[in-house]
Design a protein around this ligand. Structure first.
Ligand code: PMV
Length: 333
């Protein structure tokens, strides 16, 4: 066994995972579809140790690699315990992890972080890359459902149904199929008030949750078809409707979960106007206030230029569809 380093990307959901049938195992209540990103990455080095305890280090906002805070270290240890159980490898590890996207930019790093950890662990203890299907299953063992989708590149579907007990995600289209961009309007940099774990837990208390589940098959079809046909005009309204539906479920949960900031609405309004002006742009939000604006390559400049001018937007990050996780040589040091 020897140290291994992996890079894995974040992803942005077009159809969201929101609510679980088994939260501890991150088995979702509904299928989801995402676009894997390219430059919002986590990098993780897994170094097998002789000792009796895992060590977890994280590169913080100050740029220094330091022991991770207890909450994060406990999540990593729990994931490692599950990876050890699945692979039969009992070894303890030193984990060093960092994100390429700026700390405090309001980008969720659990999907990329846990997927990178699963890939680095497999390479370190088994001496080979983990195939995508198995990597997807191992990433989900972290408890972060969206990590399941970060195991594959391009456009990804996580069926999430009971047909396959292991519940892996699968590729819909590779990154070359359609060069979509993601321009993120950052309006919130501090951590969100309610974790996605709590949001999932509360989702089924919304009186609209069953209605959402009933509407999703048609919405999933619409997104699959729009992606297949590279039809932005068909994709945009469905993606926005879906993002708003997640937040409607959150707002109507008991107790309610309120993620938006006033500038979230300002960005949504600006995106609507951009579309009226003929610019390809579609807004989506995860469990937070920041707005991911999907757009075509031809529209990216116009979208980015418009978003930086919206009041309350502290910065704009630009990314695009990407090829998925990989092993790399450079260790996190
Ligand atoms: O990955 P989790 O278990 O933290 O859930 C995240 C869910 C959303 O980001 C809000 C939606 C999604 O499908 O990514």
């Amino acid at each position: 066994m020897r140290p291994a380093t992996a890079e894995a990307p974040a992803n942005i959901a077009l159809i969201k995972y929101w609510g679980a049938r088994d939260l501890d195992s991150a088995l979702p209540a509904n299928p989801s579809i995402s676009m894997t990103l390219s430059s919002c990455l986590s990098r993780c080095t897994c170094e097998p140790l002789d000792g009796a305890e895992d060590r977890v280090e994280f590169r913080g906002a100050d740029g220094r690699l330091a022991p991770a805070d207890e909450a994060f270290a406990a999540r990593v240890r729990r994931h490692l315990d599950r990876l050890r159980a699945r692979t039969g490898a009992g070894v303890r590890c030193r984990i060093r992890t960092e994100n390429t996207f700026p700390a405090g930019a309001g980008m969720a790093s659990s999907a990329s972080g846990f997927c990178a950890l699963a890939l680095a662990f497999g390479a370190a203890v088994e001496g080979r890359p983990t195939p995508p299907r198995e990597l997807s299953i191992r990433a989900r063992l972290s408890g972060s459902g969206s990590a399941t989708r970060s195991a594959l590149g391009g456009y990804v579907e996580w069926p999430g149904d009971e047909g396959d007990a292991d519940c892996p995600a699968r590729a819909l289209f590779d990154a070359e199929h359609w060069d979509l961009r993601d321009v993120v309007a950052v309006v919130q940099t501090e951590p969100k008030s309610v974790s996605s774990l709590d949001g999932h837990r509360r989702a089924a208390t919304s009186p609209y949750f069953e209605r959402r589940l009933a509407e999703l098959p048609a919405r999933l079809d619409a997104v699959r078809e729009a992606l297949a046909a590279r039809d932005f005009a068909a994709l945009a309204p469905t993606v926005e409707e879906e993002a708003i539906d997640l937040h409607l479920i959150a707002l109507s949960s008991r107790p309610p979960v309120f993620y938006w900031k006033p500038s979230t609405l300002a960005v949504l309004e600006r995106v609507r106007r951009l579309r009226d002006e003929g610019v390809d742009a579609a807004a989506t939000m995860d469990a937070g206030a920041n707005v991911h604006v999907l757009c075509t390559a031809a529209s990216e400049e116009a979208v980015a230029a418009a978003l930086v001018r919206v009041e309350g937007v502290s910065r704009v990050l630009r990314d695009r569809v990407g090829a998925g996780p990989r092993l790399v040589e450079d260790e996190v040091a």
